[in-house]
Design a protein around this ligand. Structure first.
Ligand code: AMP
Ligand code: ZN
Length: 483
């Protein structure tokens, strides 16, 4: 087996993966703040974490994966300014925070399922851990924190190398806002935010520092320690977390463990999915939710494939053309995989030296493994899968076994997806599948009767309704609805 090597944001180097506990891999992924629907950029972070988890499982590690759900504490600005995102959304919609959290958590889980992201061992919900957060804060308060009217603040000068992950110096004010009166350093951050006098929040708890709510950074330190123990193996998140959220988690972990170590051996960050106009946003332009892609007729796994085609550390620009290309590639993969599978179940095997066939596919599996072991090079891995499916003169049994193994890591669900699943009717379509099938049957009859005028008229009518008729398509797609 090839050694697994991963890029560690802490050292900015690719390093061998050496587990803390023999044979195990413990991974923590920063999850969504459930105040709104996730956009597909957010989902790229979970496709990445899922792929990492699948690679670890494939390589034989017993995986414990935690993804948290943030339902309190995340402010509209990462640097202690602004309002709590959940409180704000609830107030704007005259709903309880609990209703908001439930609704958007369920929407997020739907996207997780649609993208064939495996269930982690734990979905940790932040509000379930508030007593543990208070205990954690109490344990570090004396040596590392100070109290202001607005809350309990972490003094970032009390730990070694604060901000090393971000390559920032302690006094760097860049990207951080020292708006809070009395903060000792610009980078200091709230671990407990007191409810201002005369106000009530929907979510507040009693604490030694008065009624209030935990800081967002505290949540992840507490939940990762509670469920994985410190230190654990890998912490993941989007690249924005490398700047503030994760340096702050590290500072808390250092304080908690009386150590200079960061709490996780490897910190990994996926780069952003961007739109041509810039950063993806939930408020400006077309809100790119996974459901929008489906409404337009794309299968959600086409988006998963689009993510896997790029390296997780590269920026990926979203375009409908790019998604369309990924969808076509997915269709080809599914159809060829299905063809091999049918060949296998029908017992139509390719004759020849079975050892030679196995050697061919084993070589491909080894190349595949080497690709994903090299800091998750999923783009090369996909090329190897394409080569496997395109083999000629090799036994179907060997091809299906190899492709199935590869798909355990890629998660494209090749063995289950059918032609029917991939035919998603765009929401705007004005014709049903049954109508298309009926029209095509009538066209076939007309052609058999050499009534070409009628057959052309049927075809023109279908085209007018957005249906492309695909005579003689090598993969057997008789028609396609324009997306
Ligand atoms: P949030 O719900 O805002 O905390 O974000 C959830 C996850 O998505 C975090 O890991 C973010 O770093 C990540 N993220 C946010 N925007 C993008 C994007 N455009 N592309 C990739 N990941 C993103
Ligand atoms: Zn986090």
């Amino acid at each position: 087996m090839t050694e697994l090597r991963l890029f560690n944001s802490l050292t900015r180097q690719i390093e061998p993966f050496v587990p803390v506990h023999e044979g195990e891999a413990r991974v923590y992924t920063c999850g969504p703040t459930v105040y709104n629907y996730p956009h597909i950029g957010n989902m790229r972070a979970y496709v990445f974490a899922d792929t990492l988890g699948r690679v670890l499982s494939y390589k034989g590690y017993r995986l414990t994966h935690v993804i948290n759900i943030t339902d309190v504490g995340h402010l509209t600005d990462d640097a202690d300014a602004g309002e709590d995102k959940m409180e704000k959304m609830a107030a704007e919609n005259a709903k309880s925070i609990w209703d908001i959290a439930l609704h958007y958590t369920e929407a997020y889980w739907e996207d997780i399922k649609a993208l064939n992201i495996r269930q982690p061992a734990h979905w940790s919900i932040a509000t379930d851990y508030v007593p543990a957060m208070i205990d954690f804060a109490k344990s570090i308060a004396d040596k590392h924190c100070y109290e202001l009217d607005s809350g309990l603040y972490f003094d970032t000068s009390t730990v070694a190398n604060y901000g090393a992950l971000a390559r920032a110096k302690t006094e760097d004010g860049e990207g951080r806002i020292a708006e809070v009166e009395g903060k000792r350093h610009a980078a200091d951050f709230a671990i407990w935010r007191k409810t201002p006098a005369g106000e009530t929040r929907q979510m507040e708890w009693d604490s030694p520092w008065g009624k209030g709510a935990p800081g967002w950074h505290l949540e992840c330190s507490v939940m990762s320690e509670a469920l994985l123990g410190l230190p654990f193996d890998i912490h993941t998140g989007g690249i924005d977390h490398r700047e503030i959220h994760h340096p702050n988690e590290i500072a808390q972990n250092q304080a908690r463990c009386h150590s200079d170590a960061s709490g996780a051996n490897i910190w990994m960050h996926n780069n952003f999915l961007v739109e041509r106009s810039g950063k993806m946003s939930k408020s400006s332009g077309e809100f790119l939710r996974l459901q929008l892609l489906i409404d337009k007729g794309f299968h959600p796994l086409a988006y998963r494939l689009m993510c896997l085609q790029a390296h997780y550390r590269s920026e990926l620009e979203f375009s409908w053309e790019g998604l369309q290309a990924a969808f076509v590639r997915l269709k080809r993969m599914v159809m060829t995989y299905t063809k091999w599978n049918e060949k296998l179940t029908e017992g139509r095997n390719t004759p020849g030296d079975s050892w030679e066939h196995e050697r061919v596919t084993n070589d491909l599996v080894n190349r595949f493994e080497a690709a994903v072991s090299a800091d998750l090079n999923t783009s090369d891995a996909l090329t190897v899968l394409d080569e496997t499916l395109a083999l000629k003169g090799t036994a179907a049994a060997c091809i299906v076994t190899a492709a199935h193994q590869m798909d355990q890591v890629l998660g494209l669900n090749l063995g289950r997806l059918t032609r029917q699943d991939l035919r998603i009717r765009p929401k705007t379509a004005i014709i049903t599948e049954a109508e298309i099938e009926t029209a095509l049957a009538a066209r076939k009859e007309a052609r058999a009767a050499k009534d070409f005028a009628r057959s052309d008229a049927i075809r023109d009518d279908l085209i007018a309704k957005g249906v492309e008729v695909m005579d003689g398509d090598p993969l057997g797609w008789d028609w396609r609805l324009d997306i």
